[in-house]
Design a protein around this ligand. Structure first.
Ligand code: PMP
Length: 371
């Protein structure tokens, strides 16, 4: 029997994530220098680990209300009130991925266009299509700024939403406030939803990352996560905040899909939100400085200001990023080719969420390959 025929037509063309392919390759190597991983190398705060264990041991293992525990939603509202003076509707989801999936399913009619920058986080194109929408990308090479003029050119009568991501994956670039403001003005003019993926919002090294919440509070759907901020990616925790109509429809869909985020980890997040992550920010700023110094003069790159990625251009002498990445993998350095995140295969992503010495050793090999 050929079980392939059970697979839906629109699912078949979706390739396995290029990042997963590198993970699989890494599993066959004894001691690769892994600069491919998109997660922090620090543990969740002790208070959060204790809260998760206590919740499990004290029987807090059942479903929670669909939009999340009142205590966690209240704590999130408090943080948003302090940061923006904003009072949105809030719901807790299974990671930012869970929130984004529900947002797109809740908002897109067939053929609705969602506009976002290229390079972009891998899931965006697939999730927009899965929800029946059409991804429209705006090329922001080579400086990875937002370029509101290019966004303006990409809008059509079918545009429903603009999707922003700052600090960005794969670039580590933090948008300029003026650019975010200009994109919000476009959204106002054209009556669009602004979805803001701010999963790296706590990992910012120079100043702050501007949010569309500041410029378009009534039309922004904010998506934030706990995984990257508190070193708990596997706990699958995130939230949405924004217009009540949107968040309530997302919650309705959550009831029939994810049901709720895991209860013990919701309690853990209440505790995590009081933890001081500034030592990690200091640590990752130093890693950002190490990687910038190691690449400087050999690679062309935009110095990242947030997250834990840098996205350099491949050296001359290589036709594609895939070719350069293959050469690096032969030297046991794992990085990701730009084609995973982009229509262009000219850059590669380094994750600097790695021990300093491994990071330096990996960069040394990349430099050798550039000569
Ligand atoms: N958005 C961006 C920009 C990301 O980099 C990631 C994770 N790599 C996600 C969303 C998904 O996050 P989560 O693990 O919370 O689902």
């Amino acid at each position: 029997m050929d079980a392939e025929r059970f697979i839906a037509e629109h699912i078949r063309p979706i390739g396995v994530s290029g990042i997963r392919k590198i993970f699989d390759l890494a599993a066959t190597m004894t001691s690769p220098i892994d600069l491919s991983i998109g997660q922090p190398d620090f543990a969740p705060p002790e208070s959060a680990r204790t809260a998760a264990i206590d919740a499990i041991q004290s029987g807090k293992n059942g479903y929670t209300p669909t939009p999340g525990l009142p205590a966690l939603r209240e704590r999130i509202r408090q943080e948003l009130q302090e940061e923006f003076g904003w009072e949105p509707e809030v719901a807790v989801h299974c990671g930012v991925s869970g929130g984004l999936t529900l947002a797109l399913l809740a908002c897109l009619n067939p053929g609705d266009e969602v506009v976002f920058a290229d390079p972009y986080f891998v899931s965006y194109t697939h999730l927009v299509r899965l929800a029946g929408g059409v991804p429209i990308t705006v090329d922001v090479y080579p400086d990875f700024r937002l370029h509101p003029d290019r966004f303006a050119n990409a809008l059509t009568p079918k545009t429903k939403a603009i999707l922003l991501n700052s600090p960005g994956n794969p670039t580590g670039v933090v948008h300029a406030a003026g650019d975010v403001e200009a994109v919000c003005a476009l959204a106002d003019e054209r009556d669009l939803l602004v979805i803001s993926d701010e999963i790296y919002n706590k990992l910012v090294y120079d100043g702050t990352s501007p949010s569309p919440v500041t410029y378009a509070p009534d039309r922004t759907l904010l998506l934030r996560g706990f995984g990257k901020s508190y070193g708990m990616t596997g706990w699958r925790m995130g939230y949405s905040a924004g217009p009540a109509a949107v968040v309530q429809e997302m919650t309705k869909l959550q009831q029939y899909t994810f049901v709720c985020a895991p209860q013990p980890f919701q309690w853990a997040c209440v505790a995590a939100m009081d933890a001081d992550v500034s030592p990690h920010v200091t640590d990752y700023r130093r890693k950002r400085d190490i990687v910038s110094e190691e690449l400087d003069g050999v690679f062309e790159f935009v110095r990242p200001s947030g997250g834990f990625y840098v996205f350099p251009r491949i050296p001359s002498g290589y036709a594609t990023a895939t070719e350069f990445v293959s050469a690096a993998i032969r030297r046991e350095v794992l990085i990701i080719p730009g084609s995973v995140f982009s229509a262009h295969d000219t850059h590669f992503r380094i994750s600097y969420a790695a021990p300093d010495e491994r990071l330096r050793a990996g960069c040394r090999i990349l430099r050798e390959l550039a000569r």
